[in-house]
Each structure stands twice: as C-alpha cells, then as structure tokens.
Design a protein around this ligand. Structure first.
Ligand SMILES: *[C@@H]1O[C@H](CO)[C@@H](O)[C@H](O)[C@H]1NC(C)=O
Ligand SMILES: *[C@@H]1O[C@H](CO)[C@@H](O)[C@H](O)[C@H]1NC(C)=O
Ligand SMILES: *[C@@H]1O[C@H](CO)[C@@H](O)[C@H](O)[C@H]1NC(C)=O
Ligand SMILES: *[C@@H]1O[C@H](CO)[C@@H](O)[C@H](O)[C@H]1NC(C)=O
Ligand SMILES: *[C@@H]1O[C@H](CO)[C@@H](O)[C@H](O)[C@H]1NC(C)=O
Ligand SMILES: *[C@@H]1O[C@H](CO)[C@@H](O)[C@H](O)[C@H]1NC(C)=O
Ligand SMILES: *[C@@H]1O[C@H](CO)[C@@H](O)[C@H](O)[C@H]1NC(C)=O
Ligand SMILES: *[C@@H]1O[C@H](CO)[C@@H](O)[C@H](O)[C@H]1NC(C)=O
Ligand SMILES: *[C@@H]1O[C@H](CO)[C@@H](O)[C@H](O)[C@H]1NC(C)=O
Length: 576
C-alpha cells in the first residue's frame, strides 16, 4: 500500500513539480527582458494568441538609453582612431568618451563576473556581453537539465519498481482514470498547437531573416559595384601620358594610389559579402530544416504516443517515452538558444538605432566600422571637387590654347595642322569656390564630351600631323578622354565615396534595417522560442500522462476482469 501510495505521489508530483519549477525559474529570472514572465502566462493559458502578438515596442527604448541620449545630445564627441577606408589619415580624435549602446537592455547579470550586472552595453568584441546574453537562456537550460535528470531518475525508479515489487494492479478509480484521460487529451492538443506555432513561426522567421540578409547583401553588392565603376573611371588615369601637355606625374600617382585602394576595397567587400552571405544562408536554411523536422517529429510522436497510450500498448509507450525524454531535453536547449538569439537580435537592433541617432559619439560599433569624422569626409569631398574642377580647367586650356588655335607650322609641338570647326569646351560643374555651377551654352557635359569630341578627330600621318580636317589627333583625344573620365568619375561618385568614408551609407542601411527588418526579426524569433517552449512543455507533460493513463487503464481493465460485470460491458471493454 505504501509502495503504491508513493508511486502515485510521484506521478502527481512530478508534473506539478516540473511545472512549478518552470514557472519559478522563469519568473525568478530577473532580466529586463520583460517577455520572459509571459512564459508563465503562456503555460497557463495555452494557445492564447494575444500573447504571441505581444507589444514589442515596450522595451524598445529603455529609459536608460533615453537618459543617455538626452545627456549626450549637446556634446561633441569624436570617433576614435579607426581604420580609414580611403587615403586620408589626417583626422585625429579629440575625445573618446563613449556612448554605451543599448544600455538599458543589456543591463544583465554576468556569470563571468560573479553575477554582477554587466554595464558595458552592446559590444560584440566583449566576452562579458556574450556571457550575459547567454545567461538569459539559463532558466531554460536549467529546466532542460532538471528534466533530464529528474525524469531519468524517475524512469529508473519505475523500472526498478516493476522488477522488484510488481504486484497485481488494483485500486481503480473512475475519477483518476477520467482525469488522466482528459489531461492526456489536453496536453496532446497543446503539443499539436505548439507544433503548429513552431511550424508557422519557422516559416516567418526564415523569410524575415532571408529578406534581411538579401537587403544587406544587396547594399554591399551595390557598393562593390559602385566602387568597381569608380575604379574603372580612375583606370583612365593610367592612359594620361606623363610627357604630355597636362596632368603632372604626382597627380597621376595619387590617382593611381586611390584607385588601388578603391579596387581592393571593392574586391574585399565583394568576396567577404559573398562568403558571409553563403555561410549565413546555409545556417538559416539548416535552422529552418531543423525546426521543420523537429516540429514534424514532435507532432508524430505526440500522435503515436497518444494512440499507443489509448490502446494500451505499454511496451511501445515505454520505448517512445525514452526517445521523447531525450528529445524534450534537446528541444528545451534549442528553445534556450533561440531565447538567447532573440535577445541578441533585439540588442543589436537597439544598438544600431542608437548608433544612428548619435553620429558623433564613440561607440562599440566604431571599433567595427571604419568611419571617419564628418570634417574629414567633407575635406575629402572638397578634394574630389577640386581635382574635378582642375582637370576640367586643364582640358579646357588645351582646347582653347592649342586645339582651337590655328598655329603656323613653325610652332611645333603646338602645331599639328589642326583645322576645321572649333572644339566646344568642357563644362566645369564647379565654380572656383567649389559651389555647383550651371553649364553655359556651347559647353559640353562631362558625361558625353568624349562622344562629341570624337567628331573632331583627324587622321594623322606617320609624323603625327593631321592630314584630314580635324582639331584633335587620336593621341590627344585619348588623353583628353582619359582626363574627362577621371573628372567624371570623381564628380559622379565623389559623394558616394564620401558617404562610405563617413558611414552615412551604413547609417542609412542601419536605419532601414531597424525600421523595416528588425520588428519582424524580433517578433518571429520570439515565435520560435515560444513555440519550442510550448512544444517541449506540452510533450513533456504528455509523456507523463502516457504513462499515467496507461497505468490507470491497466487498473481499469484489471478491475473489470476481476469484478464480474454484465457480458456486453466486458466485451466492449476488451475491444478498446
Ligand atoms: C572612360 O570610362 C568608360 C566607363 O568606365 C570606359 O568604358 C571608357 O573606356 C573610358 N575611356 C577612356 C578613354 O579611358
Ligand atoms: C582593379 O580591379 C580589376 C578587376 O576588377 C583589375 O583588373 C585591375 O588590375 C585592378 N587595378 C588595380 C590598380 O588594382
Ligand atoms: C551583385 O549581385 C549580382 C546578382 O545577384 C551578381 O551577379 C553580381 O556578381 C554581384 N556583384 C558583386 C560585386 O558581388
Ligand atoms: C568593447 O569591448 C572591447 C573588448 O573588451 C573593448 O576593448 C572596447 O573598449 C569595448 N568598446 C566599448 C565602446 O566599450
Ligand atoms: C556632415 O556635415 C554636413 C555639413 O557640414 C552635413 O550636411 C551632414 O549631414 C553631416 N553628416 C553627418 C553624417 O553628420
Ligand atoms: C570645402 O571648401 C569650401 C569652399 O572652398 C570651404 O569653405 C570649406 O571650408 C571646405 N571644407 C573643408 C572641410 O575643408
Ligand atoms: C592659355 O589660355 C589662358 C587664357 O585662356 C592663358 O591665361 C594661359 O596663359 C594660356 N596658356 C598657354 C600655355 O598658352
Ligand atoms: C550631352 O548631355 C547633355 C545632358 O546630359 C544633353 O543635353 C546633350 O544633348 C548631350 N549631347 C549629346 C551630343 O549627346
Ligand atoms: C593639313 O590638313 C589639311 C586638311 O584640313 C590637308 O589638306 C593638308 O594636306 C594638311 N597638311 C599637311 C602638311 O599634312
């Protein structure tokens, strides 16, 4: 009798014990991530959709971050000595007082530092940050451990019990039987709902991660393409003869140097993007596959276990229980991983936004991104304008002083028998003060000057003298075209280069990611861990009730066999 009492206690206590430890560990989990306590509610009101569509904006802007934003808005902080994308290294940093990114969100316990609060904010090169994020999954990892150990011990105890003190089952109670059946059905339904949540969640998670990745890859791709274009225009600099009329040698080497840098930046960007995006794509796809398989397997197991249990196939149930015991532990761990992932994603989203909002502050992101100060960027922009303008001036001087003048044959290198209609001059897009200038009539635009001038090229003799009408020899034309190309490249892509240099391009990208992609990423990573938690808890409880119901059922059958009943009832019972 005692033995039986104890095993009943075990049956009844184990589910409630696990349920309570879930609730306890989850609600005692203190973090600022306010979504965690909703697990508790979730377990109680299974399948409540309202909680899934939870208000994500609540902890989006933490009060700490708001305070910091207000404090720093007046200060002028300058970014630290970061790697420079382009040539310029002149900008020294004045101050390095730092803005802590996502401070409110990342104020968590740090297991690497005696569980003191971590205050460094979002910083992916800081191991304490990762430790504190990983710690947010601790309740679920602990739950997985508890489940694994406690249920394992229970299995051993049950096995021993069956070996040592097995006795004819008796003590059938109609209420216990009905209750266990109802709970079995309830948890089976809950597990099925969990599988559905998980399945739909993974679909949405996959598409939102893929879209984000595509957007970022596309941005990087465009940048690489632009850089390659710039590089091609600058390649023209190589064709500008040093011994010729214009473009001194030092300017040419300068341009060459810039081109090499741009070229290598473009190549690095393109290859890194390709490599990383391939890796991330594979990762996303395997996550998707894992989740699909997991939800399918869990659904199948729930169903099979339910059927086995209902039809009293005890030995199958026990095999299934052992398999599922391990699967549930694995699912809990996966759930913890997704919770950590969700928190890290949300931190990153907040950090990106704060970084965009505080362009002058020094933050952890500046260690990763090679941005220069705005002043340096403006100087670069000035320089590109200057070079453009000077090149145009040089070309125009050649046109007005050489090509368009009818020299007498004694002025040899200037005379090359130029004749015919006058060459139109090139439109300078900038005034001497580097402000934008409108072209006057009769000037040709930078983008089609080469096409227009093509009509003025003459045929030359072996000595390089025009033998047909025209004002440009092919050699001079090529050099002028090369000069135009360099000018055009700098004029057209200058602002783009500067936007790379001062990271305004990255800021725009981050803004887009924050507003367009972050809400989905956060929402659907939450879907997944809630789905995983729901599945694992529901399946966990289902397992218990497979066993409990199986036992009650055996007792019922035994009791019915030993307490004579009308024949019809007995037959009916045997058939089930
Ligand atoms: C000027 O640039 C265009 C586009 O990159 C290129 O196709 C063309 O060959 C270049 N011309 C010269 C003379 O370098
Ligand atoms: C720039 O890259 C192209 C290929 O995209 C290569 O052919 C060229 O030699 C490179 N130029 C320099 C200066 O590195
Ligand atoms: C950009 O993407 C297109 C198509 O996705 C690809 O063909 C091209 O090679 C990419 N460019 C770079 C520089 O990666
Ligand atoms: C980020 O972490 C690294 C490594 O600990 C540290 O050197 C760096 O100063 C941190 N950055 C900020 C802004 O705190
Ligand atoms: C840089 O300064 C210019 C004006 O000097 C301003 O128009 C631009 O928005 C600034 N860019 C950033 C990223 O602060
Ligand atoms: C850029 O050039 C303009 C006009 O010459 C000048 O007023 C401005 O100070 C320059 N800016 C920088 C950052 O050199
Ligand atoms: C070319 O013409 C400009 C005026 O348009 C004049 O100032 C300059 O000295 C001339 N240069 C040569 C080399 O003739
Ligand atoms: C050159 O381009 C300008 C503006 O881009 C256009 O107005 C003009 O007609 C073009 N000229 C030729 C010959 O294509
Ligand atoms: C100079 O060009 C004209 C055509 O414009 C041609 O008739 C003449 O023979 C050329 N003179 C020499 C010396 O080649």
């Amino acid at each position: 009798m005692l033995c039986k009492q104890r095993s009943v206690m075990c049956y009844v206590l184990l589910p409630s014990c696990i349920l309570f430890s879930t609730l306890f560990s989850v609600s005692s989990f203190d973090s600022n991530s306010q979504e965690i306590p909703t697990f508790g509610k979730y377990l109680v009101s299974l399948g409540s959709k309202r909680l899934l569509a939870e208000n994500s904006g609540k902890y989006l802007v933490s009060s700490g971050a708001k305070r910091l934003l207000a404090e720093n808005s007046g200060k002028y902080l300058v970014s630290s000595g970061v790697k420079r994308l382009l040539a310029d290294n002149s900008g020294d940093y004045v101050s390095n007082s730092a803005l802590i990114l996502a401070e409110g969100r990342t104020y968590r316990k740090d297991p690497l530092n005696d569980f003191k609060r971590y205050t460094g904010g979002w910083n992916i090169s800081e191991k304490h940050y990762w430790a504190s994020v990983a710690y947010t999954g601790a309740p679920i990892f602990i739950l997985a451990g508890i489940w694994f150990v406690v249920f394992g011990v229970c299995l051993v105890v049950i096995a021993l019990y069956y070996c040592c003190c097995r006795r004819p089952p008796y003590g059938y109670s109609r209420i216990a039987y009905a209750l266990s059946l109802i709970l079995l059905i309830l948890f089976t339904v809950a597990a099925i709902i969990g599988c559905i949540v998980l399945y739909t969640g993974q679909g949405k998670f996959h598409s939102s991660t893929s879209n984000t990745l595509d957007y970022v890859v596309d941005q990087a791709n465009q940048t690489a393409e632009n850089l390659k274009d710039v590089s091609e225009y600058l390649a023209a600099a190589k064709r500008i003869g040093v011994d010729q009329v214009f473009l001194p040698a030092n300017v040419q080497t300068d341009i060459d140097e810039i081109q090499t840098k741009i070229n290598s930046s473009a190549t690095t960007l393109a290859t890194r993007t390709a490599d990383n995006s391939d890796d991330i794509k594979h990762l996303i796809d395997s996550v998707r596959l894992t989740l699909i398989i997991l939800s399918a397997v869990m659904l199948l197991i729930t169903f099979i276990g339910f059927v086995f249990s209902i039809f009293g196939m005890q030995s199958f149930v026990y095999i299934l229980v052992i398999i599922t015991w391990i699967l549930v532990a694995g699912t809990f761990i996966l759930c913890g991983v997704f919770l950590v992932l969700h928190n890290a994603t949300a931190d990153t989203c907040v950090a990106m936004n704060e970084w965009v909002q505080n362009p002058t502050a020094h933050t952890a992101l500046d260690d990763i991104l090679p941005c220069v100060e705005n002043i340096t960027a403006q100087e670069t922009l000035n320089k590109t304008k200057e070079v453009t303008s000077q090149l145009v001036n040089v070309i125009n001087q050649v046109i007005t002083n050489v090509s368009n003048v009818n020299f007498s044959p004694v002025f040899v290198p200037l005379y090359y028998n130029q004749s015919g209609p006058l060459l139109p001059t090139l439109c300078n897009p900038f005034n001497p003060d580097l402000l934008e200038r409108k072209c006057s009539s009769g000037e040709v635009d930078l983008n089609n000057a080469t096409k227009v001038w093509k009509n003025f090229v003459c045929e030359v003799s072996s000595s390089g003298i025009c033998i047909t009408t025209g004002r440009l020899t092919p050699a001079i034309y090529n050099q002028m075209a090369a000069g135009v190309n360099v000018s055009y490249g700098l004029y057209h892509y200058g602002p783009f280069l500067v936007s790379l240099q001062d990271c305004s391009f990255v800021r725009q990208t981050f803004t887009d990611v924050h507003t367009t992609y972050c809400p989905g990423l956060r929402k659907y990573s939450r879907y997944i861990y809630i789905g995983l938690l729901l599945v694992s808890v529901a399946v966990m409880l289902s397992i218990l009730f497979w066993v409990i119901y199986g036992r009650e059922r055996r007792h019922r059958v035994y009791t019915k066999e030993h307490v004579p009943k009308p024949v019809g009832d007995f037959e009916q019972e045997k058939q089930t």
